[in-house]
Design a binder for this molecule. Structure first.
Ligand code: GTP
Ligand code: MG
Length: 580
């Protein structure tokens, strides 16, 4: 049996499925977190998570995705997840769902938020008015979950079919005929709903809920904070100060942790070196493996792991508190310069953790042009946490000019974004609903940190280990010497030694491999600055490339790769000309 979870955006549909099934669907405090249908299999049931919608008959991709799922012939039950703090607005969708005639249960989420606003909901009265079971979940911990499961497990008598009249309304041709002449972004935002349904929703909400104003004394801390953050000027200042604070805290923490972690793992690496030297027969293989393996294990732990953990903690907290979408609004003016809406801040920020999910999050953006621009910037300019750790290490070792690296990256971001936006159709007005500020559900934040740092063991560590062995093989067998022939060209064009150019060429494919070569070279500050900037502005790694093909197609990926190579080389030549 299919159990389809439908509701307004950001009400807690994914969180509820996670509570019921123990799955790990992405939960975050902004509308549009789930942009595709996902399902979780438990027992005899398939739990379908859907993108948030305001109306079944609305225009836009999310509504048509939900309609398509409902039109699929398989018998289904519906769990309509409703935000108890916004009952009237949510009930519009509820009434549309009930009209379908499928077995439906209403689950009231955000009851704790409603309670803090002194909103009292009489679930029994609501069930009577709606004519379907209603269950309230008092808090994120999820009491009453068993009752929901009991309802889901209960056998259904008779046919489970959508009312034929409603079936016609759901069909693809009937959606929003009034929007034929609208622009694309407009189609995403315009919803026309039957006035009668709006009136009934208002009436039912009034019958089943009440708000006591008398006992409401002052505003709580969260509301006050939200008031400050949502103020146009004060909010922007506070958010920028917070971003600066978080960034400097992150950089200093990574720097501070490197020493203790190195001294903790170094003895282990020495033991491993000794062991490998004894085990392997003497010769070149011994030389390669006994150096490459311990180093390939140490570098990820000292340089990359702290950056990945800290970045994913910060990003998960920004997501779950509801601060991330506030940056969208505060920075709307800046993002509009590069032709994208403020929402683009969400994928761009996620990119500082790992760019693969960030590319997925580009589907939050209203049109294909914006998606392409942000996918390009993510691929070429935004450094993921692993690359950030590596860049920090190279910059620290050679005293490279950090401001030159940062300013060049920003300049490329704006030039690329501005250039692309002029070539693409203009965007329309930016309509976005800000979620309330929340204390994060720690379990959710923690599980996201775990899943975001999981890539360290499955991707970063094995890749660095293998590449380090390949690299030592090249060094020990003298292959790298061949590249000496490039010395003159490399010095002339980019002002860096041939070995550094080789490092750049290797790391163009995987930025976080940079330290393997760069850290072992005797570079000047100038040379290190140019080399690390070229590495920073290069190509997306393999998992990101795969995701780009999935989201926006191979042709666009090829375009991005070409732009990446051109950016990296142009920046190298430009810095060589400019830097003293
Ligand atoms: N206070 C409170 N927060 C909740 C509750 N349920 C979910 N949340 C939080 O609400 C936010 C949104 O939860 P999601 O499960 O991502 O919501 P969704 O309906 O799947 O959202 P979209 O996929 O964007 O449509 C997250 O920050 C959750 O931690 C609840 O009952 N009370
Ligand atoms: Mg969701």
């Amino acid at each position: 049996m299919r159990v389809i979870f439908v509701g307004n955006p950001n009400v807690g549909k994914s969180a509820l499925i996670n509570q019921l099934t123990g799955s790990r669907l992405l939960v975050a405090n902004y509308p549009g977190t789930s942009h595709k249908v996902a399902y979780v299999h438990k027992g005899e049931h398939y739990f379908y998570d859907t993108p948030g919608i305001y109306s079944l008959h609305g225009p836009g991709e999310s509504a048509s995705t939900v309609r398509a799922l409902l039109l699929d012939n398989a018998p289904s039950r519906i769990v309509n997840v409703v935000d108890a703090a916004n009952l009237e607005r949510n009930l519009v969708l509820t009434l549309e769902i009930l009209a379908l005639g499928l077995p439906t249960m209403v689950v009231l989420k955000q009851m704790d938020v409603a309670a803090s606003m002194n909103i009292l909901i009489d679930s029994e009265a609501l069930a009577r008015e709606l004519g379907c079971p209603v269950i309230g979940l008092p808090d994120v911990k999820g009491e009453n979950l068993e009752r929901i499961m009991e309802w889901i497990d209960r056998p259904i008598k008779g046919d489970i079919k959508i009312d034929p009249l409603q079936l016609e309304k759901l069909s693809p041709d009937s959606a929003s005929p009034q929007c034929q002449h609208c622009t694309q972004a407009c189609q995403h935002n315009v919803i026309t709903i039957d006035r009668e349904i709006i009136e009934r929703a208002r009436h039912i909400a009034a019958q089943a809920s009440s708000q006591t104003q008398a006992v409401r004394r002052g505003r709580n801390i969260l509301e006050t904070l939200q008031g400050w953050l949502d103020h146009q000027i004060l909010g922007t200042v506070l958010l920028l100060a917070l971003a600066y604070g978080l960034f400097t805290a992150m950089v200093s923490l990574i720097h501070y942790l490197e020493g203790p972690i190195s001294s903790a793992v170094e003895p282990l690496s020495n033991v491993l070196t000794g062991l490998l030297q004894d085990l392997l027969p003497p010769g070149t293989l011994n030389q390669i493996i006994s150096q490459a393996v311990p180093e390939g294990l140490i570098i990820p732990f000292t340089i990359i792991m702290p950056a990945m953990i800290i970045a994913s903690v910060i990003i998960s907290l920004l997501e779950d508190t509801g601060l991330l979408p506030r940056y969208s609004v505060a920075l709307e003016r800046i993002t509009s310069f590069i032709g994208v809406s403020g929402q683009a801040i969400i994928p761009l920020t996620l990119g500082f953790g790992c760019r693969t999910p960030a590319i997925m999050a580009t589907s939050l953006l209203p049109n294909a042009a914006e998606r392409f621009i942000i996918a390009t910037l993510l691929s070429i300019v935004v450094p993921c946490a692993a690359s950030l750790g590596v860049m920090a290490a190279v910059i620290a070792k050679f005293h490279a000019y950090i401001w030159v690296v940062a300013a060049t990256m920003l300049a490329v971001l704006f030039i690329l974004g501005f250039g692309l936006s002029r070539m693409m159709p203009r965007k329309e007005a930016f309509v976005y609903e800000l979620p309330p500020l929340r204390v994060p559900a720690w379990k959710n934040t923690w599980s996201k940190v775990l899943s975001r740092t999981g890539g360290f063991f499955t991707e970063v560590l094995p890749l660095i280990l293998v590449m380090n062995i390949v690299l030592y093989s090249l060094i020990e067998t003298g292959v790298l010497e061949w590249f000496k022939g490039l010395e003159e060209a490399s010095q002339l064009l980019f002002g860096i030694p041939a070995e550094a150019l080789v490092a750049v060429l290797i790391t163009i494919f995987q930025r976080y491999l940079a330290p393997l070569v760069l850290l072992s070279l005797p570079l000047s500050s100038r040379e290190a600055t140019i080399a690390i900037t070229m590495v920073a502005l290069s190509l997306p790694c393999l998992p990101v490339m795969t995701m780009i093909i999935k989201e926006i197609g191979l042709k666009n990926l090829l375009l991005i790769l070409a732009m990446g190579i051109i950016s990296s080389f142009t920046v190298g030549v430009a810095l060589n000309l400019i830097l003293p």
